[in-house]
Write a new protein. Structure first.
Length: 433
């Protein structure tokens, strides 16, 4: 029988690491959006081109550490007590956020960009830990529920950080981020010990050699299938989220508050899908619904393409109330919810596969390899999108192309997973509190 997901939040085995992850994701997005808010409505208010460039640079600086340091992060996580590592990471976050607070105080873009890079570095090091620690503390019947809660909490934290970053003043955002970093460190003190799974591992500090090594070490088609699926989800998600603002302002002729509604619907729906798949699978680590979820994402994206392409602007600069009263608006919101719920159901089983199918001695490095591939696929897909947009293809057509491609991914997974599916491994975690 599966273990209920929400009671895990009350256990020391899961509650503290969930809080640490939630607060970290919140701070990442609070810092980034406060920086963009400062640039858009303060420093570069009269130069929108600089704001657009800053957004691109900020995203690149946050992703760059995943390329450079994921292999090192995976090695350190396998060779160290993960609870101790979590505490060190969260202690470092306090100093990083104080540095960011200085940047907001001085209104220094270079300091704030350096802070974003350091936050990306911290997230890179924490990434392998947050998933590889779960099998050490949870029973296998709890893995799906725990992973679903982590994914749901992450998207709610992203949403909350982005919303708050656009509401409060940048300096206040810096103060909140510093305070939450302290709370994150206090939460980390409750994470139970998680002994190293490869205590004698010799760490290779050459990032090119070590990155190649962790990619070559990934064994089995199921792990590769999981990593490619996760990477596709994050690439598609990043593209959709980046197009909300131009879709709302250009195609739908509405105000920014409608884009905020889109973000709200998308984030909450991913959380719903992440938790629902655990219910459907009854805690079993299985890819049974992965192809269907991918097809769901694709079909809803295709319908979103059709709906937005035929949408007629009746009130230019429509408010939130005017938009939801317009013809086709609820279908658009339904498509967004369908995409996101399907996405949550798609990604949670794949992360659970990474945790349970990888060797305990190499689990952190496997997750680090996944992070490298995620970053690479996201950058490649974003670059392809930029090239397509440069040729004059509309945003709505981009959504349609993504829908067709994701539907194809679903069909591919249906064939591939039938061939490589194998019995689940025995439980590796503990069952008590």
């Amino acid at each position: 029988m599966p273990a209920p997901a929400f009671p895990l939040l009350r256990t020391r085995r899961f509650g503290p690491i969930f809080a640490v992850q939630f607060l970290g994701a919140f701070n990442d997005n609070l810092l980034k959006f406060a920086l963009l808010f400062l640039a858009s409505f303060g420093l570069y208010a009269a130069e929108p081109g600089k704001t657009e460039m800053l957004a691109t640079v900020a995203t690149g600086l946050f992703i760059l550490p995943y390329f450079l340091f994921s292999a090192l992060a995976g090695q350190i996580a396998d060779a160290s007590d993960k609870a101790t590592l979590v505490r060190l990471i969260k202690a470092a976050e306090i100093f990083i956020m104080l540095f960011g607070l200085l940047g907001f105080w001085l209104q220094s873009v270079p300091i704030l960009l350096a802070t974003l890079f350091l936050m990306g570095l911290q997230s890179t090091i924490f990434g392998p830990v947050k998933y590889s620690i779960l099998p050490q503390h949870l029973a296998e019947r709890e893995i799906m529920g725990g992973t679903g809660l982590i994914q749901a909490g992450t998207f709610v934290a992203i949403l909350s950080g982005q919303l708050l970053g656009g509401i409060i003043q940048p300096l206040q955002a810096g103060m909140v981020a510093a305070a939450l970093a302290v709370l994150g460190f206090l939460a980390s003190l409750g994470v139970p010990t998680a002994p190293p799974t490869a205590p004698g591992l010799k760490i290779d500090y050459n990032f090119l050699r070590s990155t190649g090594a962790i990619l070559r070490a990934v064994r089995g088609p199921m792990l590769w299938a999981a990593m490619m699926g996760i990477s596709w989800f994050f690439a598609v998600g990043a593209l959709l989220l980046s197009q909300f603002a131009p879709l709302v302002s250009g195609v739908l002729g509405s105000r920014q508050e409608v884009a905020t509604l889109f973000l709200l619907v998308f984030s909450i729906s991913v959380a719903i899908g992440s938790l629902a798949v655990n219910k459907l699978l009854r805690g079993e680590v299985s890819t049974r619904y992965v192809p269907l979820a991918a097809l769901g994402m694709g079909v809803f994206m295709i319908d979103l393409w059709v709906t937005t392409s035929t949408y007629r602007i009746t009130v230019p600069g429509a408010t939130l109330e005017q938009f939801v009263q317009s013809e086709g608006s609820w279908r658009i919101l339904g498509d967004l919810a369908g995409i996101a719920i399907s996405g949550g159901m798609f990604i949670v089983p794949l992360y659970a596969i990474l945790q349970t199918r990888s060797s305990p001695q190499e689990r952190s490095r496997t997750i680090a390899a996944n992070n490298v591939i995620n970053a690479g696929v996201t950058v490649a897909v974003v670059a392809a999108l930029a090239a397509i947009l440069a040729r004059g293809v509309s945003i709505t057509s981009i959504v349609g192309l993504l829908g067709l491609a994701t539907s194809a991914v679903g069909l591919i997974y249906w064939f591939v997973l039938r061939r490589i599916a194998s019995p689940q491994p025995q439980a590796t975690g503990a069952g008590g509190d």
